[in-house]
Design a protein around this ligand. Structure first.
Ligand SMILES: Cc1cc2nc3c(=O)[nH]c(=O)nc-3n(C[C@H](O)[C@H](O)[C@H](O)COP(=O)(O)OP(=O)(O)OC[C@H]3O[C@@H](n4cnc5c(N)ncnc54)[C@H](O)[C@@H]3O)c2cc1C
Length: 400
């Protein structure tokens, strides 16, 4: 590992779930070995992305300030947008309210996450809402409040877990609003039969109309067009299907896949620029069962692995291979119900699932666990093979 003025500069881009954990952990792992960590994020408030559907229905969330979360770690916080990476010169350009800063790095952790892919059909970009960030969720909240006053229809496109969580939250909070869930797949398609049946009963109870097995071809200001020309009227459309990673890496000449995720080797280093580690939704991580899909559940272990690998590199160790197996699919069904499907390492459903009150408590534990993890990580390094980062037994990762 090279040095920048005698210090190992580690820059972490993005203070979402994974960037925050990577910054805290790598600071602890490298402090005594000449490491200095800088975390870059546009907002000083930490975004709990798992709870964006709660903002969209007018609920207020805890105010966690990034400098407070970092306090005591020795890591610096730079508030700004990363606008360019020069991977050969190992520099990141950051636009802040005071102008432009160039941050040199020895190791970069790329944790910029992703957004709903509204380029999938015409009109989605112009006319559909998303749950990408608090501002987008707040815009939807004010539109929903208007519709609740005047009456109308909300169409949620995509019946994956985010779409189901959003539509149930909206239906529960605004019972006078007509809600339609539109998707190619049936709701809860990834779950086992019994958990899926429970989820469908919740949708029925909340009067959500389900249009599955259909192809969305266009989003209009007041409708969603289906293949064959059918129009589903909509006073507000929420787009939850497909995720595209931040475009910065692709723009900077780093090798990415067709979702703009950085293609990494088994140790989570960029295949084109090994001084860059990619984690979370921004990384295309291959395991024996395929490329991992972006979840907080899988993202946090990537952050832990990248931090430990960088800490090891400072001490002259070769980074090891990353392994991950899924554990669960936790889904809220409004504030008063939830269903948790337990899974095999490859995310296929096991026989067990939780419902009702126990599932609500489990889901809340999952949603609040990142903050607890950050607090504990400042006190001592949690074992990397904690429950949520099982090594994916039976799913060996490719060799380094
Ligand atoms: C409504 C909803 C519910 C979900 N529920 C679950 C769930 O129950 N379980 C689960 O495992 N997953 C869930 N997910 C998915 C989960 O939220 C993501 O997988 C997770 O947020 C990925 O973490 P990340 O750190 O990679 O990205 P993010 O948490 O999105 O963080 C990315 C950070 O990068 C910052 N950033 C972006 N661009 C720049 C830039 N140019 N410069 C500087 N900073 C930048 C962003 O502001 C953000 O702070 C849910 C998602 C949504 C939307």
């Amino acid at each position: 590992m090279t040095t920048t003025k005698g210090t190992q500069q580690i820059v972490v881009l993005g203070a979402g779930y994974t960037g925050m954990l990577a910054a805290i952990r790598v600071a602890g792992r490298t402090r005594r070995h000449g490491g200095h960590v800088t975390l870059v994020n546009p907002s000083s408030r930490f975004t709990e992305r798992l709870r964006m559907h709660q903002i969209a229905t007018g609920q207020s969330l805890g105010d966690f300030q990034i400098p407070d979360v970092l306090d005591g770690t020795g890591a610096d916080f730079v508030q700004g947008w990363a606008t360019a990476i020069d991977p050969d010169a190992r520099e990141v350009t950051v636009t802040t309210s005071d102008g432009t800063r160039v941050l040199p790095y020895d190791r970069l952790v790329y944790a910029l996450g992703g957004k709903a892919d509204r380029a999938m059909v015409p009109g989605a970009d112009e006319h559909a809402h998303t749950l990408d960030d608090p501002a987008a969720a707040a815009r939807l909240a004010s539109r929903l409040a208007e519709i609740a006053r005047t009456g109308g229809t909300v169409a949620v496109c995509g019946a994956g877990l985010t779409g189901v969580e959003a539509v149930t939250e909206i239906a529960e909070s605004f019972p006078s609003v007509r809600t339609v869930l539109i998707s190619r797949d049936v709701p809860g398609a990834m779950m086992g039969e019994r958990a899926r049946a429970y989820l469908n009963r919740a949708l029925e109870r909340l009067h959500v109309e389900v249009r599955s097995g259909v192809e969305i071809t266009k989003v209009l200001p007041d409708a969603v067009e289906l293949s064959g020309g059918e129009m589903v009227h909509s006073d507000a459309t929420l787009w939850t299907t497909g995720v595209r990673a931040a475009p910065l890496a692709a723009r900077s000449g780093v090798t990415t896949d067709d979702h703009d995720r950085i293609v990494v080797d088994a140790t989570l280093r960029s295949v084109s620029h090994p001084s860059i580690y990619a984690v979370g939704d921004a990384a295309a991580v291959r395991q024996a069962y395929g490329v991992m899909h972006g979840t907080c559940q899988s993202g946090l272990p990537t952050a832990v692995h990248a931090a430990d690998a960088i800490g090891g590199e400072l001490r002259g160790r070769r980074p090891g291979a990353f392994r991950f197996g899924y554990l669960h699919q936790p889904v809220s069904l409004g504030r008063k119900d939830a269903v948790i499907q337990f899974t095999r390492a490859d995310d296929t459903p096991r026989r067990w699932h939780l419902t009702g009150r126990r599932a609500i408590a489990y889901k809340e534990f999952v949603s609040s666990s990142p903050m607890t993890t950050y607090r504990l990580s400042k006190l001592f390094p949690l074992p990397s093979r904690a429950l949520w980062s099982r090594g994916g037994r039976g799913n060996p990762a490719p060799r380094v």
